[in-house]
Write a protein that binds this ligand. Structure first.
Ligand code: 4AD
Ligand code: MG
Length: 432
């Protein structure tokens, strides 16, 4: 069997004059008389190839002339340097075979965003999506790497659950054999149970939110990297998150510069990000917002527009801590020095992107938790197992949830979160 090479691997002087086999899909095709120029793409890159009628024979030449872009094929040929070719090299074709022909590929230059979303199963082949998907893969890889190297065990919670974590208004209800179940909003509570066995745990899983808002940052199904650690206080968790985010950015810069460039990402900005990230109290954030012309009062939660306006003025990620107790879910631990605020943190990404992480210290005292649940009108019976954790050897602990698609949205510098995930789910989109 011939050795097929990746296109990326032959784009260098070492291969000039050598015969190679490559395979992939027709990215562009143009005929001028007895020549056909095929730009072939594979998962790694594109290369221009030249097919000459006199070399391949008129039958093969005709067959190639007939098929359209996205036909799959193999090629044998000799590499040449060619400055006018899109990637600087060209293959003079000696032989080729069409594997799966394609006619009238539906996607061409002037298609609307909506059309591309309806045809996402085909649009994933585009160079933009290819670059985004590679960055995405590197981000997931880096998340696992960070956790594994820092003593966290990977674990898994259920996706069918019986109660809310982040408030009832965004719960998806699903029928469950005559009972009501919900799709999980967060694996946090299950991770909390698991720290009593493993101390430091993490999971990377989907979370579901019945988000009715149409923003550039909300999906109804998104990928959530969540961690929980026994004995950790708010600041300890913040330090791990900072380390994780820096690790991810470093990996993306090491491995995905080419893709970032293709997406016209401002790479210098990413390179400038370093530890420690700024930590700002919510109180201070309100001042900062007002100084920058955002109409915000103490006690207001950040809406999508405010997040955009505020974080445009950040030079790097910023942790916001000590939010007013009213605007955070019941499980956050009130600050013993000022119980009107909680020991939590959100990490806001700069450049207008906004919240990417939410986390904090959990209430670990049974009586405090029961009081908070009562204030929020929650039925303790629905959370019996969560309360048990506070009865049998409770410990201080903290955790966080990173919205992975949001992080990719920011790192790749995308316009909308729907470009950060292969098959986005939003209020209006359920296919393909
Ligand atoms: O801030 P959230 O709601 O916090 C939690 O779910 C905690 N229980 C996590 C934890 O401590 N284990 O969500 C965490 C992150 C957000 O910061 C955001 O990045 C992302 O999840 N997120 C979404 N991403 C995309 N679409 C949505 N609708 C999202 N909702 C939250
Ligand atoms: Mg949040």
């Amino acid at each position: 069997m011939e050795e097929y090479r990746s296109i990326e691997s032959i784009l260098n002087d070492e291969f000039v004059g050598k015969e190679v086999y490559i395979r992939g899909w027709i990215y562009r095709k143009r005929r001028t008389g007895k020549l056909i120029f095929v730009v072939l793409r594979d998962s790694t890159d594109i290369i221009q190839t030249v097919v000459e009628k006199s070399v391949v024979g008129s039958e093969k030449f005709k067959a190639l002339d007939k098929v359209g872009v996205e036909s799959s094929m193999w090629i044998r040929g000799t590499v040449r340097k060619e400055d006018r070719a899109p990637t600087g090299y060209e293959i003079h074709v000696d032989d080729f075979g069409i594997v799966g022909p394609s006619y009238n590929f539906p996607i061409n230059k002037d298609k609307s965003d909506e059309f591309l979303l309806d045809n996402r199963h085909l649009w994933v082949r585009s160079r933009e999506m290819n670059a985004i998907l590679k960055i995405r893969s590197t981000v997931f890889e880096s998340i696992h790497k960070f956790f594994r190297e820092n003593g966290y065990y990977e674990t898994h919670g259920p996706m069918f659950v019986t109660g809310a974590v982040e408030g009832g208004s965004t719960l998806f209800e699903v029928p469950y054999f005559g009972k009501k179940a919900y799709l999980t909003q967060s694996s946090q509570f299950y991770l909390e149970t698991l720290i009593f066995s493993l101390e430091k745990v993490y999971t990377v899983a989907p979370s579901f939110r019945a988000e009715k808002s149409r923003t550039r940052r909300h999906l109804t199904e998104y990928w959530h990297a969540e961690a929980e650690a026994a004995w950790y206080h708010n600041e300890d968790m913040i330090r791990d998150e900072e380390e994780m985010v820096v690790t991810i950015i470093q990996n993306v810069l090491d491995k995905r510069k080419k893709e970032l460039k293709l997406l016209n990402r401002d790479i210098k900005f990413l390179e400038s990000i370093d530890k420690p990230f700024e930590i700002m109290k919510y109180e201070k954030l309100v001042e900062f917002a007002r100084e920058h012309g955002v109409d915000m009062n103490y006690g207001d939660d950040l809406g999508a527009d405010e997040e955009t306006m505020i974080t445009k003025n950040f030079n790097g990620p910023v942790f916001i801590t000590h939010y007013p107790i009213e605007i955070k879910p019941f499980y956050h631990r009130p600050d013993p020095n000022n119980p009107k605020v909680v020991l939590c943190h959100d990490m806001l990404a700069p450049e207008g992107y906004g919240e990417v992480i939410g986390g904090g210290e959990r209430i670990y005292e049974l009586d405090v938790l029961l009081k908070r649940m009562e204030e929020e009108g929650l039925n303790p019976e629905n959370y019996y197992w969560y309360l048990d954790l506070r009865k049998y050897g409770s410990v201080p602990h903290s955790g966080f949830g990173l919205g992975v698609d949001r992080l990719i949205w920011w790192l790749a510098g995308l316009d909308h979160i729907k470009y950060a995930i292969p098959y986005p789910r939003t209020i209006r989109r359920l296919k393909p």
